[in-house]
Design a protein around this ligand. Structure first.
Ligand code: HEC
Length: 195
């Protein structure tokens, strides 16, 4: 073998020389770096634990994790709605003014007359000019949550999804002016009589 093709091995590498000779080629067996071995064996151990936990260890399924997250979000939304649908008499007072009522009339004309008719005499929705009420007691604080949350199963939309709080307060103030006006040709009373 020519001198220049001969394997050159440093003194401190001698112990790494493999005991093979492939047609005159020899190899040094350098150990893999620690970080490489750590991630490799760590990955195997992690994978084994992960697999065992989610298959035989009773770990939650994707569906269960989704349901848990969803329930958490739903509870937050519920909380938010409850908080937001609180009627605030002080805030209402700021809208229960001639100007606020006038704005409420516009909100009513744009959004409500399709079901409650122009004068609030009722059609799909109940008569708002009499003294009978299904969900509320006809007062601002009892009308507010009905308008805010709607009565979806009966066809009254959730107005907090469409109107701002300001508009809801304004329309509550306007609805108040219809109360006990007993407009002619009104829909027959529904619900409980409120004196
Ligand atoms: C798509 C039809 C529809 C529209 C539009 C609608 N409502 Fe209603 N509304 C209803 C129905 C139906 C009810 C009765 C719900 C029930 O039977 O529990 C109702 C009930 C109400 C009540 C409670 C009445 C009671 O006797 O308890 C108020 C107040 C009210 N609506 C106000 C409004 C206002 C204000 C708007 C506009 C922002 C509006 N509604 C728009 C259908 C509608």
């Amino acid at each position: 073998m020519k001198e220049e093709t001969k394997l050159h091995v440093e003194e401190h590498e001698k112990h790494l020389l493999l005991d093979h000779n492939y047609d005159g080629l020899q190899e040094l067996n350098h150990p893999l770096p620690f970080w490489w071995q750590f991630t490799f064996y760590g990955g195997i151990i992690f994978g084994a634990i992960y697999l065992a936990y989610y298959t035989i260890g009773g770990g939650p399924s994707l569906r269960q994790e989704f349901n848990k997250d969803y329930a958490f979000i739903a509870a937050k939304v519920e909380d938010f709605k409850k908080r937001e649908s609180q009627f605030d008499p002080a805030v209402f007072a700021t809208y229960n003014t001639p100007e606020g009522i006038d704005k409420g009339r516009t909100v009513f004309e744009v959004n409500c007359i399709a079901c409650h008719l122009e004068k609030g005499t009722g059609d799909i929705g109940p008569n708002l000019t009499d003294n009978f009420w299904i969900n509320s007691k006809g007062s601002p604080e009892t009308n507010y949550p009905v308008i805010f949350n709607g009565v979806v199963e009966k066809g009254m939309p959730i107005w907090s999804e469409v109107l701002s709080k300001e508009e809801i307060y304004q329309v509550v103030a306007y609805v108040q002016t219809l109360h006990n006006t007993f407009a002619p040709n009104g829909k027959a009373p529904q619900g409980e009589k409120v004196e």
